[in-house]
Design a protein around this ligand. Structure first.
Ligand SMILES: [Zn+2]
Length: 158
């Protein structure tokens, strides 16, 4: 999926999460968007890869694309780090929700993700979209609708 789709995925996921928790929605949303871009640090041409080129090269060299940073193991490691070093819980929650949304979206592509890294299986949904193709636009449109729906609900629950 492209960065744009991941961002809207992070928006939808963090707004949905804001409805079922008491975290500050604005913090969840901001952290969710950043979190939705983190897993593609393994990809030099991604938004975050271009922002942090050295770290990106290092991770790509060590693990390749869509492996470690798209796995449950990575989520758990980040969760433990955040738990110990991040004083604002809403930031941690948002980052993790955003990252999880990224991995789920990449599971909807043909290539799938190495969800159980270091195991080598590619995990993907039975129905997949082609990155940049019409099916991705459909995913983008649906996520936009979800975002409006959850954002609207949030506005009126304040
Ligand atoms: Zn990815």
């Amino acid at each position: 999926m492209t960065g744009k789709t991941h961002i809207i995925g992070g928006v939808a996921a963090s707004l949905a999460f804001a409805q079922i928790t008491n975290y500050e929605p604005a913090i969840l949303l901001g952290a969710g968007v950043i979190g939705s871009l983190i897993p593609d640090i393994c990809h030099g041409s991604s938004k975050i890869g271009r922002a942090l080129p050295i770290l990106s090269k290092l991770i790509n060299g060590l693990f390749g694309h869509r492996t470690f940073t798209h796995s449950l193991l990575f989520l758990v490691i980040i969760a433990v780090l955040l738990h110990n070093f991040m004083p604002i819980e809403a930031v941690s929650a948002g980052l993790l929700v955003g990252m999880a949304s990224h991995i789920v979206l990449d599971m909807a592509t043909k290539r799938g993700v190495k969800l159980l890294f270091p195991l080598r299986w590619n995990v993907r949904f039975p129905l997949t979209a082609t990155t940049g193709g019409p099916s991705e636009y459909l995913v983008f449109a649906l996520l936009s609708l979800f975002s409006v729906y959850f954002g609207y609900g949030l506005l009126f629950s304040l």
